[in-house]
Design a protein around this ligand. Structure first.
Ligand code: 5RP
Length: 311
């Protein structure tokens, strides 16, 4: 079967679509290549139970690994994309004897599922450090080894989702309110890899994500912090309110969240530093110059990878 070469994205690195999807070759038009231009991105695999036929859901020829399974149509495109990104990151970065940082949100669930499969199938020895209560539950639910920064202060690899990724791989995080622990874990990791669906891919922060930049604050200071942020940088900083509880969202650390809706593109490094200096601020959802690689699951069933430019 003839395989078309990788197609190009804005960022030049690509993975081809899965069979039967836009740009792919469901019937007789060739297949797909996970080989990317100058990168070594592996396709996400299905477990034996998922592929249903006793295979790992891939075929290999000439060093190219091509998925041969259909995508379940019942999953939404975004959910499929999250799954593909999460599994691709685990395929490419998780190795035996690692200490892993486990992010929070919905995309990380797919990565944890694949980590658990690989632990079972390959007998990997991994230790997992959570970034939230949710991540801790996920680690326990999937039977992975739970640890903490007291016992494992150095993390080999952190994997996490993001709310938005700009062209320089700066991130907005904290849509789920877990930004402070997420930043701690990513900050003490040798490698920080981000997984996201196509909706998170932006040129500038704020292009796609309109809920603002989360800022975790000590409760007694939320009013003066909100005023200080807007006085310095404009926009509006709103206290995040809970949905099924009266009153504000309370983070895993017992704090509040302000969502700062900014009005223009800023020098994010400087803004982040300035906001962190405001008394009462715990941390911000701006992750500047931290991610080294981002896997985006795309609408057409491919995975696109972007890396930090090395100057
Ligand atoms: C939680 C986060 C999440 O990583 C971010 O909100 C992405 O979530 P999802 O994977 O559900 O899109 O920062 O604080």
């Amino acid at each position: 079967m003839q395989r078309p070469g990788p197609f190009s994205t804005l960022y030049g690195r690509v993975l081809a679509p899965l069979p039967g999807r836009a740009g792919g070759a469901a019937s007789g038009g060739g297949g797909n290549s996970w080989a990317s231009l100058g990168s070594h991105v592996q396709p996400p695999r299905r477990s034996q139970s998922e592929s249903g036929g006793g295979t790992d859901g891939t075929s290999t020829r000439s060093g190219i690994v091509a998925p041969v399974f259909p995508i379940f149509s019942t999953m939404s495109k975004a959910e499929e994309a999250k799954r593909l990104a999460g599994r691709a990151a685990v395929e490419n970065h998780v190795k035996d004897n690692q200490v892993l940082g486990i992010g929070s949100g919905s995309t990380i669930v797919h990565a944890v599922q694949r980590i658990a499969e690989r632990v079972r199938e390959e007998n990997l020895n991994l230790v997992c450090i959570p970034t939230s209560f949710q991540a801790r539950q996920l680690i326990l639910q999937y039977g992975l080894t739970l640890s903490d920064l007291d016992r494992h202060p150095e993390i080999d690899l952190a994997i996490d989702g993001a709310d938005e990724v700009d062209s320089e791989l700066n991130l907005i995080k904290g849509g789920g309110g877990c930004l402070t622990q997420e930043k701690i874990v990513a900050g003490y990791a040798s490698h920080f890899i981000v997984i996201a669906d196509f909706r998170k891919n932006s040129q500038n922060l704020g292009d796609q994500w309109h809920k603002g930049i989360p800022i975790e604050v000590i409760p007694m200071a939320y009013v003066p912090v909100s005023r200080a942020v807007t006085r310095k940088f404009g926009g509006v900083a709103e206290l995040r309110m809970a949905v099924n509880k009266a009153g504000p969202v309370v983070t895993d650390n017992g704090n509040f969240i302000l969502d700062w809706k900014f009005e223009q593109v800023h020098q994010w490094h400087d803004v982040n530093t300035a906001i962190k200096m405001i008394p009462g601020v715990v941390d911000t959802g701006l992750f500047i110059n931290m991610a080294e690689r981002v896997y985006f699951g795309m609408q057409d069933g491919s995975v696109s990878m972007r890396e930090k430019h090395v100057c």
